[in-house]
Design a protein around this ligand. Structure first.
Ligand SMILES: C[S@@+](CC[C@H](N)C(=O)[O-])C[C@H]1O[C@@H](n2cnc3c(N)ncnc32)[C@H](O)[C@@H]1O
Length: 214
């Protein structure tokens, strides 16, 4: 997406967890963080940010937070936000489990996106997967009633785990599978991984679920 290295200071488009502790007392108070009361959507493992950048451009009436444990990738996405002055989006560098567990007000998020989470193929590494039963519980706690959880992957076995966890959770209702769209140009994919996998001819599994009312 970007060939030149991003500039060093990307604040406030890129923030590390330490910045949240220093500048926001360890809490993501959305109206303070984004400077408005618009709905907030989170992209877990946003990579180099294609989804966050595109969605922020299309929806100025919503706020987007990408969370990315790989700072180099996250900073690439933030550099694109900065160049386009997309003030309704930011990237947070760090493990999504930290803000999900202790920084975000319950039921304050309108959508959570998890696209192409790392599959951790080796069985002994499976516990590193971001999408597990604990994560689903955290999503249930953060989403507002009617809020959406979207997850796509090309890994059939992992999608089986994700859809089983979601379909069997009492707080979520499965929605119809989003249809595949033909891209109009080379950046017209949901994420960089969707582009990469579709170009390899791999089928993509797409799921969306709605947080039920309390
Ligand atoms: C396979 S890539 C997909 C990136 C992007 N979602 C896409 O579809 O192009 C998975 C990403 O999740 C990030 N990641 C893995 N575990 C994470 C965690 N616990 N918190 C935040 N990011 C994480 C990885 O660093 C990587 O960038």
């Amino acid at each position: 997406m970007q060939t030149n290295p991003p500039p060093t200071n990307l604040k406030p488009f890129f923030l590390a967890m330490d910045d949240i502790f220093e500048e926001y007392e360890g809490k993501l108070d959305w109206s303070e963080f984004f400077g408005n009361d618009h709905p907030v959507e989170i992209d877990v493992g946003c990579g180099r940010g294609l989804f966050v950048v595109t969605a922020a451009e299309i929806h100025p009436e919503r706020n987007f937070l990408g969370i990315e444990i790989d700072f180099r990738e996250g900073r690439r996405g933030a550099a694109r936000l900065k160049r386009r002055d997309l003030t309704n989006a930011k990237v947070l560098g760090g493990d999504a489990n930290v803000p999900f567990t202790k920084m975000i007000e319950p039921h304050s998020v309108s959508a959570i996106h998890v696209y192409f989470p790392d599959p951790w193929w080796k069985r002994k590494h499976r516990s590193r997967r971001v999408f597990n039963d604990v994560f689903v519980g955290l999503c249930s706690n953060l989403l507002m009633p009617g809020g959406l959880l979207h997850s796509w992957t090309d890994v059939e076995e992992y999608y089986g785990v994700i859809s089983s966890l979601m379909d069997h959770h009492e707080d979520f209702e499965a929605l119809p599978t989003p249809e595949e769209r033909d891209p109009e140009h080379d950046m017209d994919y949901q994420t960089s991984y969707e582009r990469k996998k579709r170009k390899l001819g791999l089928p993509i599994h797409r799921g969306q679920w709605k947080r039920k009312p309390f």
